[in-house]
Write a protein that binds this ligand. Sequence first.
Ligand code: FAD
Length: 492
Amino acid sequence: MMNVAVIGSGIGGLASALRLAKLGLKVSVFEANDFVGGKVNEQWLGAYRFDMGPSVFTEPALIEELLSLVNKDKSDFSYRRLPESCRYFFEDGQFVVVPSGMDEVAETFSTQFGESRVRTKRFLKRLSRNYQALYPVFIEASLHRRHHWLNRGIWKALARIPYYGMATSMSAVNRRYFRNPKSAQLLNRMATYNGSSPYRTPGLLNIISHLEFNEGPAMPVGGMVRISQTLHQLCLELGVQFYLGERVEEIQHQDQRVIGIRTTKQDFPCEIVVSNMDVHFTYERLLKGLHYPTKILNQEKSSSAIVFYWGIKGTFKELGVHNIFFANNYEAEFDALFKTKTRYEDPTIYVHITSKVEKSDAPEGSENWFVMVNAPINVGQDWDEFVAQTRKSCLAKLSKALNQDIESLVDVEALNDPRKIEAVYFGKQGSIYGNSSNSAFSAFYRHPNFSKTLAGLYFAGVTVHPGGGIPLALNSAKIVAKCVQEDFQLST
Ligand SMILES: Cc1cc2nc3c(=O)[nH]c(=O)nc-3n(C[C@H](O)[C@H](O)[C@H](O)COP(=O)(O)OP(=O)(O)OC[C@H]3O[C@@H](n4cnc5c(N)ncnc54)[C@H](O)[C@@H]3O)c2cc1C
């Protein structure tokens, strides 16, 4: 039986391990940290539980697909559909609860922002059609193997080119279509879901809004960490071996073929390697001397984040599971993020509170706040100062909007920032999604899911095709499994 080494146990690594084990391969996962799940992990601070990374979960069907692949019941992973996608607080005092669902969103845009119901619905329908058209040829297919995307779906995808907004920025598409700048701002926010700027990413990326608004977010029962726990459990049941606290230092190769890996503890011979490590560091640290795909990897990086995990002594009726406190000048915020890579004094703040539905995540009468602002990548800024000033801005903005002194309610506290994202998860310069999609074709120009120079080497996770976020990481694993199956002529 052929040996597979998976480097990293993030969502892309776990899903790859599961799919390859299902193909009958002997799979071992090597994880540098002493926990499984990569960014999808949890931490308890006293009686408060926090999901440390992702908070927005869409496309639960992709987890169900993995369950059915290994003949498990859907009920082995339960989640709730949230009736609201997000609550928005604008600087002028306007407060808008955006529900999930096309009709409901169109109604809200009409009553709150004065948009036409019919036009809003038409726009959301267009995004839904764009998404369906692109899915089989772009999202679940390798762009680098013609027979993956050259299927019947390609004609449907090509026919919709005039509707994608490829030649214009997301912001320009949204500003042109909607009369109220606030409607556009809501849609523009979706660019941050893959760490990009709405003022530079193409209108095509509006398809993210289909998942946020038409489908609406879901929430795993037990928190986001249930996603990695579920995949880990399924892997164990298929006999996947886990080596935790064992960092991989080298991918060994001979005659343009992978022959094994060297970890901090052993040499491990194998015919197949799947790297779930940030693709930049895979080349820089594990493949020294191998040709570095400069053109792909030297593109602008996606943004990073600063997260304050606050146990709050108090409850706030006006807050839901997902809340946004917008910056007044959104464009200036993105200039600071990507152009000057500096702190913006009035950042948009995202507050995520799982205890709104998972009561055991915080003590009675309290809430677990995950308070996040987008941050530039690490280029040597004075992060202690940056974080301290950002904390001040967040406390001031939230206290003003909620009419309470928030600092006095902070019971317990932890922090995540670009330095930690780089040190703990090995994200290049703390970027969350590898390259950004800040140019017209960058979404189509990510590193392939396989190596063109080393046979037996594959890539999964958010830094490679198809891109950022849990659904795309799950799709990257699907593509890896398909490539391995083809390359090694394995039957299902
Ligand atoms: C603050 C924050 C908020 C986010 N919010 C969302 C969200 O709301 N929704 C969403 O879909 N996504 C979100 N994301 C992105 C999300 O984390 C990813 O979509 C998802 O976790 C997929 O990650 P991945 O498969 O690329 O692996 P990662 O989670 O990056 O894991 C990679 C793993 O590889 C391991 N590793 C690296 N190098 C080595 C080595 N040499 N040897 C062994 N192991 C190694 C690392 O330790 C890590 O465990 C967020 C991320 C952050 C940081």
